[in-house]
Structures are given as structure tokens and as C-alpha cells.
Design a protein around this ligand. Structure first.
Ligand SMILES: *Cc1c(COP(=O)(O)O)cnc(C)c1O
Length: 380
């Protein structure tokens, strides 16, 4: 007997087991995978390479974790729902209630709040210290200190961390290390190869590169990534197959994008350095000859009307993110650092006049012209 209509809708077509060799991995937009019998199901638990349930693992999310791990020179990686959930999984892989973390005092705002508010409530205490002073970091190490946590290039003032020294300090005191490598990307810096245990990314930024996903990745030592993966599975912070797929697509052009964006950033930094209406240019030109990332931060002179400057930037838009292929600007004092007291911002050097520029892939001369014109049009 044929199936009735309601059944036919679901089971009318028998799936054929064709051998399909698509050039790119298709999107496995499925919450679960099916099995023909209990032996096959049992095989999953013995590592037969099959998939069970997409919160646990999925071909697209696996591909992203693996791809970033390869680029960082690390043995394993896991993709997550956001940069913050990657940081959470990385941190919880090595600390538990009662443990102590020492973190850089200029961490990304969201990471700072996770540690200070959420993890503190769960009994994980963090001391925030300027990592430019590693003697001070060392003096804060306590009996229950487990983790040193910093960023390879900081936001928004682009301080380059001395990761070799951080690794030495951690080895001396048997501490774990976690580095947020979002701004540098593995194109410019590979913290795992310098001895860092866990490397995290907001793949929302350069790894994805097109401002169309919110994704994170944590890579590092295989045993620690196993633990991080358990956190992702148990806390439900997995990334969707579609977003992982989009991120993998973006990742293919990471080298091309970083090459172009860093080149443009260096040219823009050099130009703004010569502009009398720019007080300071934060771009670590002296650290790496080929440029260090695609972010440039400037402090405008007080002779520039800052709001008029933003209005005069034409196609360069204000956006509270970074790392897309389009050049964008942000105003750290009123966005990323809004929740910090004004005095604390001043102490860090984040004043009303500070503008963070995420340099894109447009022609470098057009980018430079936009900034030159905007400064000229907003002189008081
Ligand atoms: C954006 C960002 C994060 C947070 O990432 P989300 O994807 O927004 O969760 C963490 N660290 C750095 C350095 C960032 O720029």
C-alpha cells in the first residue's frame, strides 16, 4: 500500500546514497544525524567518525575549528557561538571555582566584564594588572593563581604584548596562558608556537572578515581543547552550521585581506603621522617592518571638532566593530569603553579625541584622502 499524503510529505522520497564530491563542504544545516541500526549508533561513541547531534559536533563547525588550529600551528581547535563564548570555554578549560586569574587591565571590554561580573559571581577571582609591567604581574601571583590572560595586540591603543616574556613567567610559576589573538590574526602572530597554551579569536572580526557573522574559536593544546569542547557542548555555546560555513568561506581570503589591509594601515599611519592636526598615531611600526595588523588608532588635536570629523568622513562609517573589508571608524570613549569611569579611560590614554580606525581593502590613496579631507573640514 502506498503512503498516505501526510506521510508521503516526509517519507515519499527515499534518500539515495550517492557519492557526491562537492568542491566545497556543503552546509550541514541539520540538528541531528540518522543511523540505520544500533551498531552504527554505538560506533559513534567509539569514534567511527560519524556525527550524532549538532550541538556536540557538526562537519561545518568542525571544519572551522580545525582550519584555525592549522593556521595557528596548534593541534586542535573548537568553534563557538561568539568570541566571548570562545573565551569562556578557554578559561573554564583551565580554571574552576576558587581559582585566581591574572588578566591584562586593557582587555577587550566584553572580556573584562565576563571576568569581573560573571566569573567573579561563580567564585573565580580576577586581578587586572598592566601587562606592560610583568614584575607587577609576578607580584600578584597567589597560591590559587592558575591563568595568565592577555591579548597579542590590545584595543584600542594597539600595545603589542611581549608573549615570550609572558610564557617565561607562566613556566616559572606553572601557570596556564591564554591569549586573545583577534587583532593580530595568525597571519601576523602565532601565540601557540611561542608556547601559549590556549589562543582565542573573535572570528566575528578578521577570521570571518566580512562583518556578517558572530563566531568564536579557541585553539591550543589537545587535552585543553578537549576540555574546552566539553564546556561548549555542556553550556550549549556551539555555533550554527551556516555561520561556521560562512566563516570558513571568509577565512580562505585571510592572507589576501591581511596583506592588503595591513599595507593600507601602514600607509595611512605614515600619512597621519605627518598631519599637524593629529597628536598621536598608535601603530606599532617599529615592531614589524611589514606592518602590524590593520588597525590604526589616532589622537586628534583639540583643534579638530570630533563630531564634525566623523560627519566629514564620507564613505567611512562609524561602526562598533572592526576587521571588515570596508574601512570603518569607532570612538572608543563612547562605545567599547563607555562603561569604564572617565578617569580610568583618561589614565589608559583613551580620551575624547581618540579615534580607532579599522582599515579596509579600498585603494590606499582613497582612504588617505578621506581622512585628510575630514580633518581639514573639521578644524575649529
Ligand atoms: C570583538 C572582540 C571580542 C568579543 O567577540 P564577540 O564575537 O563579539 O563575542 C573579544 N576580544 C576581542 C579582542 C574583540 O575584538
Amino acid at each position: 500500500m502506498g503512503k498516505r499524503f501526510e506521510t508521503e510529505i516526509l517519507h515519499g522520497v527515499t534518500k539515495k546514497n550517492r557519492i557526491i564530491t562537492s568542491k566545497v563542504t556543503p552546509i550541514y544545516q541539520t540538528s541531528a544525524f540518522s543511523f540505520k541500526d544500533l551498531d552504527e549508533l554505538e560506533g559513534f561513541y567509539h569514534g567511527n567518525g560519524r556525527y550524532l547531534y549538532s550541538r556536540v559536533s557538526n562537519p561545518n563547525t568542525d571544519e572551522l575549528g580545525d582550519a584555525v588550529a592549522v593556521l595557528e600551528g596548534a593541534p586542535a581547535g573548537v568553534a563557538t557561538s561568539s568570541g566571548l563564548s570562545a573565551i569562556l570555554a578557554g578559561v573554564l578549560a583551565v580554571v574552576k571555582s576558587g581559582d585566581h586569574i591574572i588578566a591584562a587591565d586593557d582587555l577587550y571590554g566584553g572580556s573584562f566584564h565576563m571576568l569581573k561580573e560573571e566569573l567573579n559571581e561563580l567564585g573565580i577571582e580576577t586581578t587586572f594588572v598592566p601587562f606592560s609591567d610583568l614584575l607587577k604581574v609576578e607580584s600578584e601571583i597567589k597560591e590559587n593563581t592558575k591563568l595568565l590572560y592577555t591579548e597579542s595586540i590590545t584595543n584600542p591603543l594597539l600595545r603589542v604584548e611581549n608573549l615570550n616574556e609572558v610564557v617565561k613567567l607562566a613556566q616559572k610559576h606553572l601557570l596556564f596562558t591564554l591569549v586573545d589573538n583577534t587583532f593580530a590574526t595568525p597571519y601576523h602572530c602565532q601565540p601557540y608556537l611561542l608556547g601559549i597554551d590556549l589562543v582565542v579569536h573573535s572570528a566575528t572580526k578578521y577570521i570571518g572578515g566580512h562583518s556578517d557573522v558572530t563566531v568564536g574559536v579557541v585553539v591550543g593544546r589537545a587535552d585543553l581543547i578537549d576540555r574546552a569542547r566539553s564546556k561548549v557542548v555542556n553550556l550549549g555555546t556551539n555555533v550554527s552550521p551556516f555561520e561556521a560555513w560562512l566563516t570558513c568561506r571568509g577565512l580562505k581570503t585571510l592572507a589576501l585581506r591581511m596583506k592588503a589591509q595591513s599595507y593600507n594601515a601602514k600607509k595611512l599611519a605614515e600619512n597621519l603621522n605627518e598631519n599637524p592636526s593629529v597628536e598621536k598615531v598608535y601603530y606599532p611600526l617599529d615592531v614589524a617592518d611589514n606592518g602590524y595588523g590593520a588597525m590604526v588608532t589616532i589622537e586628534l588635536s583639540k583643534k579638530v571638532d570630533i563630531n564634525q570629523f566623523f560627519r566629514s568622513l564620507g564613505w567611512v562609517k562609524i561602526a562598533p566593530t572592526l576587521a571588515g573589508v570596508e574601512t570603518t571608524v569607532s570612538h572608543p570613549l563612547t562605545t567599547s569603553h563607555r562603561s569604564l569611569p572617565k578617569e580610568a579611560c583618561e589614565a589608559l590614554g583613551i580620551t575624547q579625541e581618540v579615534v580607532r580606525i579599522s582599515v579596509g581593502i579600498e585603494h590606499e590613496e582613497d582612504i588617505i584622502l578621506q581622512f585628510e579631507q575630514a580633518i581639514e573640514k573639521s578644524l575649529l
